[in-house]
Design a binder for this molecule. Structure first.
Ligand SMILES: [Zn+2]
Length: 110
């Protein structure tokens, strides 16, 4: 655990990780923790979205500034990007190719 990073307060960790918690509520928890951290003078912000980086384990990022995995935590120290932004920047571009372009790619596959 990097001391510069922020883990969601223990009292809210259980609620955040509960599978019955809605993503809207998770966003609320992240936002609340970012506000608290900023009031406390905590200043580790993502260089892309400028949001305070908070770590709360999950299977995907739910808000700007959210980092949800051990790998993401390591990426923060290397890139200064929250995992939300890191995932957006590095996502597989083939997911966004128009259908015709994907078709060409299929035709030319070995
Ligand atoms: Zn970000």
């Amino acid at each position: 655990m990097n001391e510069e990073t922020l883990v969601i307060a223990l009292a809210y960790k259980k609620e955040f990780e509960d599978e019955d918690t809605s993503d809207e509520r998770r966003v609320e928890l992240i936002t609340w923790l970012q506000m608290r951290a900023e009031e406390d003078g905590y200043d580790l912000r993502c260089i892309n979205c400028k949001k305070t980086i908070v770590i709360a384990y999950h299977y995907e990022a739910v808000a700007e500034g959210h980092t949800y995995s051990d790998a993401g935590e390591r990426e923060v120290s290397l890139t200064r990007l929250c995992e939300f932004c890191f995932d957006k920047i590095t996502e597989d571009p083939t997911d966004k190719w128009p259908d015709y372009y994907a078709g060409i790619a299929d035709d030319t596959s070995p």
